[in-house]
Design a protein around this ligand. Structure first.
Ligand code: ACO
Length: 328
């Protein structure tokens, strides 16, 4: 079977209007701007309005991506929503979005790989299009982490924000588009980063709420060490699979979890900061939305030219990781 080349035809993003600054957080927990900026690089983050759910953020990002790709929702064959904060347990957020977009012929499903979800989604979509099964696939990373963040816990509440980013994928000329994917998981690290309540192991109950089990739990410094190691490894593996080296990179788009993790990845890849997309001062860590938000902003800012080598790389709960090399 001849495989088609697949690429990104359009990108879009959406963030809610409400801004939560470091100064706001100083009034909520025992923290300060200096600590947050020096440990993470974050200055503010966006918070969804009370009547906004993940599908609402995803909807606006999807519309922008469809406009940018120049196709209509009716042309979509598949919608993949990467999220760990679906509107509800079921139906999937992708099905809710399919209805709202009017994407009548599209199949739809959610994908759970935390902050690596968008790259997992791109790899899945790539394979459907490469084999000729589908023409157009919409991949979205969207999360409302504010709904699962404990705003009495200073260890985690400064880190997260809400947002959505989207990409429309389709066939592209030979030699362009996705050149490789590197996906991985280490389920033994699941206890380092999780949300215990609300699933079949611990259904919601008065006890689960009183035990604060419906919020993100994170062993911060363990996750930090894992992230520093895996970001460089995953990017280098993806480059190797693409037959390229770190010298070929024109733009790195990393998961926006912590500026110190990003800086460690840059030194590992021997890249200057100008070759890296960093928007975490504005949005903090938006989980599955982080990489597509940065990708959409990089596109808006004209940071990728035709033929550029763009590397996406991320890690997240699971533990999971993913990287992809794209010729823009
Ligand atoms: N303000 C002030 N002090 C704080 C804050 C805060 N917001 N948070 C923690 N501290 C304190 C701690 O209590 C600790 O105090 P102690 O020494 O008296 O106990 C001290 O600061 C140092 O804490 P550390 O955990 O050692 O700080 P570290 O340098 O590791 O930075 C951080 C913490 C930013 C969380 C870092 O570990 C990190 O970025 N980890 C990775 C996070 C990440 O990428 N998570 C991915 C989640 S994505 C997903 O899947 C949802």
């Amino acid at each position: 079977m001849t495989l088609r080349s697949v690429g990104i035809l359009g990108t879009g993003k959406y963030v809610p209007d409400r801004v939560l600054t470091n100064a706001d957080l100083e009034k909520m927990v025992d923290t300060n701007d200096e600590w947050i900026v020096s440990r993470t690089g974050m200055k503010e983050r966006r918070i969804a309005a009370p009547d906004q759910a993940t599908s609402d953020l995803a909807f606006h990002a999807a519309q922008a991506a469809l406009r940018s790709a120049g196709i209509t929702a009716e042309q979509l064959d598949l919608i993949i929503v990467a999220t760990i904060t679906p509107d509800m347990a079921f139906p999937s957020t992708a099905c809710i979005l399919q209805d709202r977009l009017g994407a009548k012929k599209a199949a739809a499903f959610d994908l759970s790989a935390a902050c690596s979800g968008f790259i997992y989604g791109l790899a899945t979509a790539n394979n459907f299009i490469a084999t000729g099964m589908y023409e157009y696939v919409l991949v979205i990373g969207a999360d409302c982490l504010s709904r699962i963040t404990d705003y009495t816990d200073r260890n985690t509440c400064v880190l997260f924000g809400d947002g959505a980013g989207a990409a429309v994928l389709g066939a592209v000329p030979e030699g362009r588009g996705f050149r490789s994917f590197e996906l991985g998981a280490d389920g033994s690290g699941g206890e380092l980063l999780n949300l215990k309540g609300g699933g079949s192991r611990m259904p919601a109950s008065i006890e689960s709420v009183e035990g604060r089990n419906h919020y993100i739990y994170m062993a911060g410094s363990e996750v930090f060490k894992f992230a520093v190691r895996i970001m460089g490894n995953a990017a280098e593996e993806a480059l190797k699979k693409a037959g390229m080296t770190k010298e070929d990179i024109n733009l790195l788009i990393p998961h926006q979890a912590n500026n110190r993790i990003i800086q460690a990845s840059l030194s590992r890849l021997n890249l200057p900061e100008e070759k890296c997309m960093i928007n975490l001062p504005k949005y903090a860590n938006t989980s599955a939305a982080s990489i597509p938000l940065a990708l959409a902003e990089a596109a808006e800012e004209g940071r990728m030219r035709e033929g550029d080598c763009v590397v996406l790389v991320g890690f997240g709960g699971g533990l999971t990781w993913g990287a992809s090399v794209i010729i823009w």
